[in-house]
Design a protein around this ligand. Structure first.
Ligand code: DUC
Ligand code: ZN
Ligand code: ZN
Length: 471
């Protein structure tokens, strides 16, 4: 067979194996894995490089309206460009239902935001904020059939949070339709109470964000979400876990026999609440929810990755500009932490940070790295085996990774819309030197993403956690 592209002499890494092989690519897919493939229009020499399945980041926020004049720093153009620079070939973004809006109306809005703008492939999770009988009984079953097979519910934030009875109804609808539900676990009433107390005491600086959202508020909500899922007998994903106590809830639920997926994020390995406690408003750069905790929590999150409590390592990319009245330093936010938008950028730094801090420091294997940054995302969100692995027939979504390249992270390198990175100055070892999306190079030398927006929308199957099949 003559190939469009052959990648020669790379070390191919999947979630289970590491082997030296050439890769033959034809019509955007992997057509051959063998030695000595030569007959191709384009030959890429990958000697000394790892060839990884392109990263799949199943937790990113792009172009979401954020209220109060706040504007997210990335739309689908800049956010997916930054994703590509960081070695990703697929992102799953959130489609936020406004109250009173149908899910179909919300999807129309988000498809219009994304169509023609994406540099990597994209799919949507539905965020259900208004679980009316029509939404759950009529819309959701049809949307799952149409390939929107996951949704998120919030236990915090006024206007987004669902009551327990609404969560139960949503989980039950998910069980009937085969959708997978992601849950943001923080106890809103406890947080509101603590915000009130902090305001009475005049504690209004960014560090109060962490003390008003304590570990117990996350642990309690995690336990409650798991209990609600147990009551209606449905799998769920606990997203962005920040600490040991919430993680242990997942472990215990699994021991009871529940099907649970767990997710953690770079900020819970790399940052602590002390980062919020800095002079002037610098701490606002690190305001995200749940907040970064302490050193012990970082250790716990590493343990969760090493031991498989967490299946997913996602960025929770939720970028706002810092020095901007529409971002972190909005007028109200400068006076009171509660108005600082929650979220930090991270879609480009997720893979390099986990590779450098996890693989290079001997905490996880390179195969675990691939599982937690790509394969498990594809399996859990219905994209496997088209995405998330290197196998005959899979999309040729590949990150050519130089394990010896040392890079100092700077904001400019990341090509996102934010004016800062929480990881400025961090030196990482390991970097994606070339990224291919369905066989086409989208990031080449010097990490410049091509300007053409070649990403497509992905319709998805049901989650492996729901259907429980191995192929
Ligand atoms: N939850 C998220 O998942 N992302 C950013 C903010 C939040 O609360
Ligand atoms: Zn969340
Ligand atoms: Zn998020």
């Amino acid at each position: 067979m003559r190939f469009d592209t052959v990648i020669r002499n790379g070390t191919v890494v999947t979630a289970s194996d590491t082997f030296v092989s050439d890769i033959g690519i034809k019509d955007g897919r992997i057509a051959a894995l063998a030695a000595e493939l030569t007959d191709a229009d384009e030959v890429i020499d990958a000697t000394g490089l790892l060839v990884l399945p392109g990263g799949i980041d199943s937790h990113v926020h792009l172009d979401q309206p954020s209220g109060n004049g706040i504007v997210m720093a990335d739309d689908f153009d800049s956010g997916t460009r930054s994703a590509a620079v960081g070695g990703n070939t697929t992102v799953l973004a959130f489609c936020m239902q406004e109250k009173g809006q149908t899910l179909r109306e919300a999807l129309k809005v988000y498809h219009a935001k994304a169509d023609g703008k994406c540099h990597v492939d994209v799919a949507f999770h539905l965020v259900v904020t208004d679980p009316t009988p029509d939404v759950l009984g009529q819309e959701l079953p049809a949307l799952v059939e149409d390939g929107y097979t996951s949704l998120k519910v919030f236990m915090t934030y006024d206007g987004l949070r669902l009551r327990d009875d609404e969560i139960l109804a949503t989980l039950d609808a998910a069980r009937r339709t085969g959708a997978l539900v992601m849950v943001h676990c923080e106890n809103e009433d406890a947080i509101r109470y603590l915000i009130g107390r902090h305001e009475e005491e005049g504690k209004l600086s960014p560090k109060a964000h962490a003390t008003t959202r304590p570990i117990a508020a996350e642990r309690e909500a995690t336990h409650r979400a798991l209990s609600l899922a147990e009551i209606v007998d449905v799998p769920i994903v606990i997203v962005h876990v920040s600490n040991r106590e919430a993680m242990e809830e997942i472990r215990r639920a699994r021991q009871r026999g529940q099907k649970i997926a767990g997710e953690t994020c770079p900020q819970y390995l790399m940052l602590t609440a002390d980062d919020l406690d800095q002079d002037a408003m610098e701490g606002a750069k690190y305001v995200c929810s749940p907040p970064p905790r302490d050193k012990e929590s970082q250790e716990a999150c590493w343990e969760g990755l090493e031991q498989g409590v967490f299946d997913l390592f996602s960025s929770d990319h939720c970028p706002f500009r810092f020095d901007d009245p529409q971002g972190k330093l909005n007028d109200k936010g400068k006076r009171n932490f509660r108005w600082i938008p929650n979220g930090i950028p991270g879609v480009a730094t997720r893979l390099p940070i986990l590779f450098s801090e996890g693989v290079m420091k001997g905490r996880i294997t390179v195969n675990q790295f691939v599982a937690m940054t790509s394969t498990n995302h594809a399996r859990l969100y219905g994209l496997y085996p088209r995405k998330g692995t290197i196998a005959i027939g899979a999309d040729a979504d590949l990150a050519l990774w130089d394990p010896n390249s040392r890079v100092t992270l700077t904001n400019d390198l990341l090509q996102h819309g934010a004016d800062y990175t929480p990881y400025e100055g961090l030196e990482v070892q390991g970097w994606p030197v070339r990224v291919l999306l369905r066989g086409k190079t989208i990031v080449g030398k010097a990490a410049v993403a091509v300007s053409e927006a070649g990403g497509t929308y992905l319709s998805r199957e049901r989650s492996s956690l729901v259907v429980n099949r191995s192929f």
